[in-house]
Structures are given as structure tokens and as C-alpha cells.
Design a protein around this ligand. Structure first.
Ligand code: KIV
Ligand code: ZN
Length: 423
């Protein structure tokens, strides 16, 4: 029962101490540059990855998973450059690389991340019977042995080691707890529980974390992390269940890009914790009315980050997507508009300016506005266009400005989206 559930680790890590982070908050581990880049058609050059990494740092993510260094020379170089530059900012994020549980992967990963002030190796091996039998062709005993050896190797190269049990949510729970116990004993400081195939449910994820907190040796000394895919459209809900169970790191991507149906979306997890703070606060041992943030994310950077990732990957955000969709703050029906005019709280749970979607420069774009104001606003929105695209978008902007008094950021977004769809 509840009695033997181990406490959630709130001891500050070296990264927390040296960058002034509150150890009780949920850590945001961004994998846009690794799992996100694995979405078909989303590959980025190393320059583009650097732009994203800089923006992620500005947004306050705790960990950037910059890539999979063994995958290619380009991936190695991208991770290395990010480690060397962004990993040495003032109060930098942890820079992490992915490695299978093999010596070659782990050494290559260490070489890529070691220039960062806070380098992390993230190594993984599958633990479900179906993966062990058909993919790895290894027994449980062999997987336990490899886990011990490879986490030990990673730990000899960097202090901060994360271990993932791939396909954890389809693994035998007792075996899963056994693998994590071995990984922790060998030096892992974060254990990650991935829902690799997007199969779990919110309550099941919560119960899995609670089970692990009862049966994993040393779990009270490490961070429990979750990773998940959106095959059933439940990735974000699953994470919120896992947080209730005691998970304190979330592996997310901007706009939810990633393998197949994507990963859990950063902006949705972060905004759910923000908007429903008083619901979550007690689970963090805080009074319900505490105003202290539950993550380190600078909310005002959310919209810009979303736009940047859209521009660089070409992966469009659906207009009705939560938080960052073009229509997320649009009110169309008469009844809703009437309510909004009387009091915004009638139909709005988030003020658009919270995520940085506002005209904070005081410039109102209309038919009298010129190219400079137009380009400046695009840059503010994190929209990157080439010369030709800018010219075309500017013509559309002028057309629309002839029909409409004020061109909002949402209008600009749809102008640019239309443009991209026409290409
Ligand atoms: O989905 C998955 O299991 C992964 C692991 C490498 C963490 O991406
Ligand atoms: Zn994944």
C-alpha cells in the first residue's frame, strides 16, 4: 500500500545548485532536436539546430537533448556545437545526447557532450518481452547485465547519466523495477519511463510510477522521468497522470513533433501545469493557492519557440491545436464574441499574451504599415522566411489590410501558413 511508497527526490542536483533552480519543480527535458527530428521530413541542418537550441535555452528548458551522436557525423557535430556554445551560456541548460547501451554509442556521445558545463549521457535498452525477444534477441539476464555495464561506463565518462527502459509501459513491472534498481546502483541519476508506442493511459502511467516508487531500490535518490508518444492522442494526459504518481521530469517536444503521431507537446504539458496550478500544487507539497511556478519555462517564449520550429522543420501546426494553433485564441461565434467583449474570462482560460502572443511593441499593423514593421513583427513571432517568401507574404498582408482595420498576429500566422501551403 501507500506505506512503502518512497519519497520523491527533492535534493538539488549540481545543475540546480549552480543555476539556482528550485529542485521541487518539474524538469523540462526537450527532445525536439532528437525525437522531434525523427519525424518524417523534419530533419534540420546543424545551423538550424543551433537556432532551436538557443531559443530553447532562452525559454528556460532544463535539459536539451541535442541529438543522437552515433547516428551520423552531422548529428555528432550538431550536438558538439550545441554543447560548446549553448552549454556554456550563463546558467546553461544540461546538454544531453542519446546513446544505445553499447560502448561505441556511449563513447561517441560522451565526446559530443563533454564541452558543455553540464553534460548528460542518455542511454537506453528495451525491457519489454516483445522488444527483447524480437528486436534485441536477448534474455532478461543479458539485459540486466548490459544495463549494469553500460551505465557504469557512461558514469565513468560524465557525472550525469540518464537511463531509459525502452517500451517500459509494455514491460513486466517487476522486471522493470529490477532493471531500474540495477541502473541506479550503477550510477544513473535520472531513470526514464518511456511509453515508446503511445499505448498507456493516464491512470495506468500513474500506477506504474507508484509501483516503481515501491519496488525500485534507490529511487528516492534519483529523478523519475517520463517520455511518451501520441499514438492515441493521450501523451499529454498520460504525463499529467505520471506527474500525479511522482514523475518530476517530462520529455517533450515543441509543437509535439516526433516519431509517428509525435511526442508529448511541451506547450501543452507546461500550460496545463500553469493553468491548473492550484490543482497540482498539493501534489508538490505546496498550499493550493501558492503562485510559485511548477516549471522553469519562460511562458512568454512559448509562441516564438513554436513558430521557429514550424519555420525550420516545415511541419505545420494544425489551426485547432491547443495553445499554439492559429485558432487557439480566436473567437468566432456571436455568443462567444459577445461574452468576450463583456469579460474575457467568459471564454478564455489563457490570455494570449501569457505565451507571448501580443503586440507588446505597441505597433499596430495595418494598411499604412511598411515592410520594416512587417518584417520586425515576423521576427518577433519567430517566423523565418526567405526573401521571396517575405515578398509574397507582404503582398497578402497588404491585400488583407485593405479589407481589415488591424492585422493581428493571428492574421500574420495564417498569411504565412497559407503561403507555406501554396508552395
Ligand atoms: O520513445 C522512446 O522510447 C525513446 C527512447 C529513446 C527514450 O525515444
Ligand atoms: Zn520516443
Amino acid at each position: 500500500g501507500e506505506m512503502n511508497m518512497k519519497p520523491i527526490n527533492v535534493k538539488p542536483s549540481k545543475h540546480d545548485l549552480e543555476t539556482g533552480r528550485d529542485p521541487t519543480r518539474v524538469k523540462v527535458f526537450d527532445t525536439t532536436l532528437r525525437d522531434g527530428e525523427q519525424s518524417p521530413g523534419c530533419s534540420m541542418t546543424s545551423d538550424e539546430k543551433m537556432q532551436v537550441a538557443k531559443q530553447l535555452a532562452r525559454m528556460g528548458v532544463d535539459v536539451i537533448e541535442a541529438g543522437f551522436p552515433i547516428a551520423s557525423n552531422d548529428d555528432f557535430l550538431a550536438v558538439k556545437q550545441i554543447a560548446d556554445v549553448v552549454g556554456n551560456y550563463e546558467n546553461p541548460p544540461i546538454i544531453c545526447g542519446l546513446a544505445r547501451a553499447t560502448e561505441g554509442d556511449i563513447r561517441r556521445c560522451a565526446d559530443a557532450v563533454k564541452g558543455a558545463r553540464f553534460p548528460r549521457i542518455h542511454t537506453f535498452i528495451a525491457t519489454s518481452d516483445i522488444h527483447m525477444e524480437h528486436k534485441l534477441r536477448k534474455s532478461r539476464e543479458e539485459v540486466l547485465k548490459i544495463t549494469k555495464q553500460m551505465v557504469t561506463l557512461a558514469k565513468s565518462l560524465v557525472d550525469d547519466v540518464e537511463f531509459s527502459a525502452e517500451d517500459a509501459l509494455r514491460s513486466d513491472r517487476a522486471f522493470l523495477a529490477q532493471v531500474f534498481s540495477v541502473a541506479i546502483k550503477a550510477g544513473a541519476t535520472t531513470i526514464n519511463v518511456p511509453d515508446t508506442v503511445g499505448f498507456t493511459t493516464p491512470t495506468e502511467f500513474k500506477e506504474t510510477i507508484e509501483y516503481l516508487r515501491k519496488h525500485t531500490e534507490g529511487i528516492e535518490d534519483v529523478t523519475i522521468s517520463v517520455h511518451g508518444h501520441d499514438d492515441l492522442g493521450m501523451a499529454v494526459a498520460n504525463f499529467l497522470g505520471a506527474i500525479e504518481g511522482g514523475a518530476r521530469q517530462v520529455e517533450v517536444t515543441v509543437n509535439g513533433i516526433g516519431e509517428r503521431a509525435g511526442n508529448a507537446a511541451m506547450e501543452e504539458v507546461v500550460m496545463a501545469l500553469h493553468v491548473r496550478k492550484s490543482y497540482y500544487n498539493p501534489m508538490f507539497g505546496r498550499p493550493a493557492d501558492s503562485n510559485d511556478a511548477l516549471t522553469n519555462i519562460v511562458l512568454k517564449e512559448i509562441h516564438r519557440s513554436s513558430r521557429l520550429v514550424t519555420s525550420l522543420t516545415g511541419m505545420m501546426v494544425q489551426p485547432n491545436k491547443a495553445i499554439v494553433g492559429a485558432n487557439a485564441f480566436a473567437h468566432e461565434s456571436g455568443i462567444h464574441q459577445d461574452g468576450m467583449l463583456k469579460n474575457k474570462l467568459t471564454y478564455e482560460i489563457i490570455d494570449a499574451s501569457t505565451i507571448g502572443l501580443d503586440n507588446s511593441d505597441g505597433i499596430v499593423l495595418g494598411k499604412h504599415s511598411g515592410r520594416a514593421a512587417f518584417k520586425a513583427r515576423l521576427a518577433d513571432l519567430g517566423i523565418v522566411l526567405n526573401e521571396d517568401e517575405t515578398n509574397k507574404a507582404f503582398i497578402r498582408f497588404k491585400d488583407l489590410a485593405d479589407k481589415k482595420k488591424e492585422i493581428t498576429n493571428a492574421d500574420l500566422e495564417s498569411i504565412v501558413n497559407d503561403e507555406a501551403q501554396d508552395l
